[in-house]
Design a protein around this ligand. Structure first.
Ligand code: ZN
Length: 191
C-alpha cells in the first residue's frame, strides 16, 4: 500500500492528526497517531495485517507464531496471526517486566514474529525480543503499522512497517509551535 494512501486512510479515521499535541511523555509534537482509532474497524485491521503479511511472505520468512506486546499490539497481532495462519499470543508487563502470562509459551527454536502497532524508540520492542530469545524462541522479524523512528532503529533482524513518519518532537520549553503562539492540545490516550 502506498504511503500517501495509507496516510489518507489513517487521517480519515482520525488515527493520524497533524497539529500541536502534548504527548503522554510530556513532549510536544506536530503529529499524533492513535492506532486504536483505525484498528477499531476489524475489516481495516485485517486489511492492514494482510499488507504486513505480504512483506513477510515476499521475503520468504517462515513464522510459527506471532507475539505482540499488550495492549497496543494485540489487535494487529491477532490479525497477523490470521493472515499468516499461525497462533497469536501477547506479552504483558508484570511489575514493569515484559512477560508471557496466561499459560502462553513458545517452544524451543520456534520462529516468532514480533508485531507492534507503533515503534517509537524501539526500547520496548527490544525488551520483547530479549524475553522471547531468553526462553528459546528464534525471533525472525519485527513488523509495525507505523515507524516513528524514521527507520533509525536496528534490531539486527528484518523489520517492516507500513508507514514511516518523520515526526518532530519538542521539549515544552523548546517547542517551536508554542513559540509561534499555537495552543497545544492533549489528545485522549489516557481518558
Ligand atoms: Zn508546543
Amino acid at each position: 500500500m502506498q504511503q500517501e494512501k495509507l496516510k489518507e486512510l489513517f487521517k480519515k479515521n482520525r488515527a493520524l492528526l497533524n497539529g500541536h499535541f502534548k504527548l503522554s511523555s510530556g513532549l510536544h509534537s506536530d503529529t499524533y497517531f492513535q492506532s486504536a482509532l483505525i484498528l477499531q474497524y476489524p475489516r481495516e485491521a485485517a486489511n492492514l495485517a494482510q499488507e504486513l503479511a505480504k512483506e513477510i511472505k515476499k521475503n520468504n520468512i517462515a513464522v510459527d507464531a506471532v507475539v505482540s506486546p499488550a495492549l497496543g499490539g494485540i489487535i494487529i497481532g491477532h490479525e497477523m496471526g490470521r493472515a499468516l495462519n499461525t497462533r497469536a499470543i501477547f506479552t504483558e508487563r508484570v511489575d514493569g517486566k515484559v512477560s508471557l502470562r496466561r499459560g502462553f509459551s513458545v517452544n524451543d527454536g520456534e520462529r516468532v514474529l514480533v508485531v507492534e502497532d507503533v515503534i517509537t524508540t524501539g526500547l520496548s520492542t527490544r525488551e520483547v525480543i530479549d524475553v522471547l530469545k531468553s526462553i528459546g524462541a528464534k525471533v525472525v522479524a519485527v513488523v509495525s503499522l507505523v515507524d516513528r523512528s524514521a527507520k533509525k532503529i536496528d534490531f539486527g533482524i528484518p523489520r517492516f512497517s507500513l508507514l514511516s513518519l518523520e515526526i518532530k518532537n519538542y521539549k515544552e520549553e523548546e517547542c517551536s509551535l508554542c513559540k509561534e503562539g499555537s495552543i497545544v492540545i492533549k489528545p485522549g490516550s489516557r481518558k
